[in-house]
Design a protein around this ligand. Structure first.
Ligand SMILES: Nc1nc2c(ncn2[C@@H]2O[C@H](COP(=O)(O)OP(=O)(O)OP(=O)(O)O)[C@@H](O)[C@H]2O)c(=O)[nH]1
Ligand SMILES: [Mg+2]
Length: 276
């Protein structure tokens, strides 16, 4: 069994920074974690990357050789994720790392992988490539969850918050994965109270705020949107303040819970206990 989190979210929402902080956190607490880069446009990493889509294709090459622009180019690159070669290599690398970890320390039998950094919204909302990739991982016995990032600066304004929620919802529906929403960059929020009401929003509060900000002709639409957010009660956010180890640990414990990380621990430790 393998475990993976798929880090997605709008551009600049803090995905790379989160990956780097999480990697450091796991190093500190002695937990095995591997990073897989799925971003063909990525430039540099502050952590070691186990598998990198850029070894197969990079955005620069596509733009240069096929004359594509950055957006179409990115979609073209992502199609490569469906190439059997990349799937085989990623899964193969993950399984190999897992086996090595398993053999070198029979008590360390789980691993966590971070599949990171898809920014462009089309890639996780209406292009099936990511979904197909995830389906493949699942077939190979990976428990996967989506970790969706939204910049806390968004929630200063209810209209931006709603658009962030809609993007998260469409990823949730498209990927059909256990889903965790993170409100990033909490260190930049001066007044935490302003944000708190958005962590677990009430439909009525959202509706009255939307109606206050928008012209009356949007009343019906606002009502439907607020109800939609309410109906999908999964749309709630966990705040993340990267300055605090406890905050990273809190987010990680939610993710662990979501993918049942380590729940098979007892059985396996007993299975391989030398005294048996
Ligand atoms: N203050 C603060 N800044 C942050 C935090 N996380 C990210 N940033 C900053 O926000 C900017 C974008 O962060 P990234 O981690 O590159 O965001 P990203 O989602 O990976 O961006 P793309 O890969 O371009 O989609 C950078 O300037 C970061 O330094 C945070 O927790 N606090
Ligand atoms: Mg990034």
């Amino acid at each position: 069994m393998g475990y993976a989190q798929l880090v997605i979210g709008p551009a600049g929402s803090g995905k790379s920074t989160y990956c780097s902080s999480l990697y450091q956190h796991c190093e500190t607490v002695g937990r095995t974690i591997h990073m897989v880069n799925l971003d063909p446009a990525a430039e540099h990493f502050s952590y070691p990357v186990s598998t990198d889509i850029r070894e197969l294709i990079s955005l620069d090459d596509v733009m240069e050789e096929l004359g594509m622009g950055p957006n179409g180019g990115l979609i073209y690159c992502m199609d490569c994720m469906e190439y059997p070669l990349f799937l085989k290599k990623t899964i193969g690398t993950l399984k190999t790392i897992w086996m090595i970890g398993w053999m070198s320390n029979w008590r360390v039998i789980w691993m966590m992988t971070i599949l990171c950094l898809i920014a462009q919204i089309e890639l996780f909302t209406h292009v099936p490539v990511l979904r197909n990739f995830v389906e493949h991982l699942k077939r190979k016995n990976f428990n996967v969850c989506a970790v969706y990032f939204l910049d806390s600066q968004f929630v200063s304004d209810v209209t931006k918050y709603i658009s962030g929620c809609m993007a998260s919802l469409s990823a949730m529906i498209q990927l059909e994965l256990p889903h965790i929403n993170i409100l990033s960059k909490m260190d930049l929020v001066a007044n935490k109270k302003d944000v708190e009401e958005y962590l677990n929003p009430e439909a009525q509060v959202l509706l009255s705020q939307l109606n206050r900000q928008m012209a009356p002709k949007f009343g019906k639409l606002n009502k439907s949107l607020a109800e939609l957010v309410d109906d999908y009660s999964m749309v709630n956010f966990i705040p993340l303040d990267l300055r605090k180890e406890s905050s990273i640990q809190y987010v990680l414990s939610h993710i662990d819970n979501c993918i049942q990380y380590g729940e098979d621990a007892d059985v396996k430790v007993r299975d391989f206990d030398p005294e048996d």
